[in-house]
Design a protein around this ligand. Structure first.
Ligand code: ADP
Ligand code: MG
Length: 614
């Protein structure tokens, strides 16, 4: 047989590599912004058209490149950042694999204009599908400007796979935020379709967060600091009142690189145990500094995942440090951004606030067996693990939920009818989360929150399609400040929101005035928070491509429903049961959780009989 193996041409190899590095417009922005940072820029502008599908441009005032370097930078494995394999373990830059520019040039039209400080003229290069189509000299400022047009023009499958502009823009701004948060000292701006979405001056971390998410938000953050040998932890965490249903604003950086790590996120969430509701998540902006030799950033093409030498140790430090900050700062006055408190000053503040008790921490946990025990003792003592109410419920009752979990489809209308209501004992609330109610064939256990979500969801859907929900005027109009991204979403939703009973008006740039709220909301709900939560949920749901009505009804229902942990009167419970079984689909909450589970009497009788020894 003839030899059949051939080396792939560079253009194809680059396209294959591009598949790993560049998944969507957001990946391009990430790579280009990181290159600008690596080039030492302190001003970086990002310009986008049509969520990056038409144009993405990054302009920096960094080192620039010579014309030869500019040409080579588009080759695969062309990098100025590492030279030997050993360098891989001392990486100080964002990039090092030398594949980003080659990948981007393989799947888009790219123009680069770049000039170093020493040169008078800059170089202009135009690349199309890995081929250099033009190279000339041109007038240019020191730095680099890269424009990427028609992403995936030659990979139709990929182009088709791109989501709507709203979704792609969300990915883009997510990526933008991760980078600008890690580099608060750099000035950044982001333009989308000629509108300036963000204009962020260089400053400290609080100022950066304030520029992104508003002053209201940043004023409710607390500093965190831990200076251990194994890991240096600093940053800001949200006061419990900032916790939300969605995992928004959770940022973990290792050596200034944003990473995704469920295990470490859990450490932070765990530290908040018992300070926030079980289904909410705190915002945090945490920066870990770890010796580069103790981590491997080269396990993932986009470097969002990294490997730690001792992840458990980092977990422990993170959890203890966050828990301590929570204890110390929950009642401390707000961090003052106006007086330009530097991040270092905040850390000082955090040091001063440490009590003797927290300084007498156990020694380094990896320093021998006894130390390890001390460490664990400290945990047990301070944060006794609490199991969740469901598990407690099961273990207390000795019930095996699994075998009961089949709900009888003919329950509605048949089992619960008027006669039964009369025969029924009053429902009982368990752990302020579940409602136990007797039915003819046994009993049902209703999850109060999921059930209420279902009720509200159907009500809101019909309100948007049929009749408006009446409003209750606010005595004093409330102002609402938002970041541009959220403001754009709210603006788009205003007519629908107003059909749901809100009275919200646009007020200035990214501002709104709340003049009224829908009737029937829980009295203690804070209008600003509720609206912000709705916008957050709505944005998160965009991924699922629901219709506007469905998404908004879902987002509103999830945030307005009665919480687990809320005591209900017998009257509340009866009403809730009534309304649930009047729903078109009483079985599941809008996000797909079960609303109730039925327990069959025969099954229960059999269980008891099974336990008899005679
Ligand atoms: P990497 O960042 O992994 O080295 P890239 O493909 O992203 O690989 O970039 C290749 C090289 O091009 C970089 O190592 C750097 O020397 C140069 N480069 C890329 N972007 C810029 C820029 N904005 N300013 C200066 N040099 C740049
Ligand atoms: Mg790079």
């Amino acid at each position: 047989m003839a030899d059949i193996i051939q080396l792939l041409p560079d253009s194809i190899a680059n396209q294959i590599a591009a598949g790993e590095v560049i998944q969507r417009p957001a990946s391009v922005i990430k790579e280009l912004m990181e290159n600008a940072i690596d080039a030492g820029a302190d001003i970086i502008q990002v310009i986008i058209k049509d969520a990056g599908k038409t144009l993405m441009q990054v302009i920096d005032n960094g080192s620039g490149m010579s014309e030869t370097d500019a040409r080579i930078s588009f080759e695969r494995h062309a990098t100025s950042k590492i030279r030997t394999a050993n360098d891989l373990f001392h990486i100080q830059t964002k990039g090092f694999r030398g594949e980003a520019l080659a990948s981007i040039a393989a799947i888009a039209h790219v123009e680069m204009i770049t000039k170093t400080g020493e040169q008078d003229l800059g170089a202009q290069l135009i690349m199309e599908g890995s081929t250099l189509v033009k190279q000339t000299y041109c007038q240019a400022a020191t730095g680099t400007r890269i424009s990427v047009k028609n992403l995936f023009y030659n990979v139709p499958a990929r182009r088709k796979f791109l989501k709507s502009d709203t979704v792609e823009l969300k990915h883009l701004t997510d990526e933008f935020m991760r980078i600008v948060l890690a580099h608060p000292q750099i000035k950044f701006s982001l333009h989308h379709n000629d509108r300036e979405m963000y204009h962020l001056n260089g400053g400290n971390l609080v100022q950066r967060i304030s520029g992104l998410f508003g002053k209201q938000f940043s004023s409710k953050l607390m500093p965190v600091l831990e200076n251990a040998d194994a890991v240096h932890i600093s940053g800001l965490i949200g006061k419990p009142e900032l916790s939300r249903k969605a995992r928004n604003h959770q940022y973990l950086f290792v050596n200034q690189r944003f990473i995704k790590n469920n295990y470490l996120s859990h450490a932070v969430r765990f530290a908040y145990e018992n300070t926030i509701p079980g289904d909410e998540y705190p915002p945090y902006f945490l920066f870990l500094e770890i010796d580069p030799e103790k981590i491997d950033v080269n396990i993932h093409p986009t470097k969002q995942e990294i490997k730690f030498e001792d992840e458990k140790l980092i977990y422990n430090y993170l959890r203890v440090t966050v828990r301590q900050a929570l204890g110390k700062f929950s009642n401390t006055p707000l961090l003052d951004i106006e007086t330009n408190t530097s991040f270092e000053q905040m850390i000082q503040l955090s040091r001063q606030n440490r009590t003797i008790e927290s300084d007498s921490r156990p020694p380094h946990p990896s320093g021998g067996g006894t130390a390890n025990n001390d460490w664990e003792l400290l945990y047990k003592d301070l944060w006794r693990d609490k199991s969740d109410p469901v598990t407690e419920l099961i273990s207390e009752s000795g019930l095996n939920l699994e075998s009961f979990e089949k709900s009888s489809p003919d329950l509605i209308g048949k089992t619960i009818d008027n006669e039964d209501y009369e025969a029924m004992n009053l429902p009982v609330q368990i752990h302020q989360s579940y409602i136990l109610s007797q039915i003819k064939s046994g009993f049902i256990l209703i999850d109060q929150k999921s059930a209420h979500e279902r009720i509200l969801y159907e009500k809101y859907l019909s309100a948007m399609e049929n009749a408006k929900i009446p409003s209750q005027q606010e005595l004093f109009p409330i102002s609402l400040e938002m970041n541009p991204e959220k403001a754009a979403v709210l603006l788009e939703l205003l007519p629908k929101m107003n059909a749901l009973g809100f009275i919200i008006e646009e007020f200035g740039r990214n501002g709104f005035i709340i003049k009224g709220m829908p009737v029937g909301l829980e009295t203690n709900s804070n209008p600003q928070d509720l609206i912000l939560h709705i916008i957050d949920s709505y944005t998160d749901n965009l991924e699922f491509q629901l219709g506007i009505h469905e998404n908004l009804a879902r987002s509103f229902a999830v945030n307005a429903a009665v919480k687990r942990g809320k005591k209900l009167t017998a009257e509340d419970m009866l009403l809730l049961i009534d309304e649930l079984f009047a729903c078109e689909n009483p079985y599941n909450s809008p996000i797909g959780r079960k609303c109730f589970i039925t327990y069959d009497l025969n099954e229960i009788t059999r269980k008891f009989a099974g336990s008899s020894r005679i």
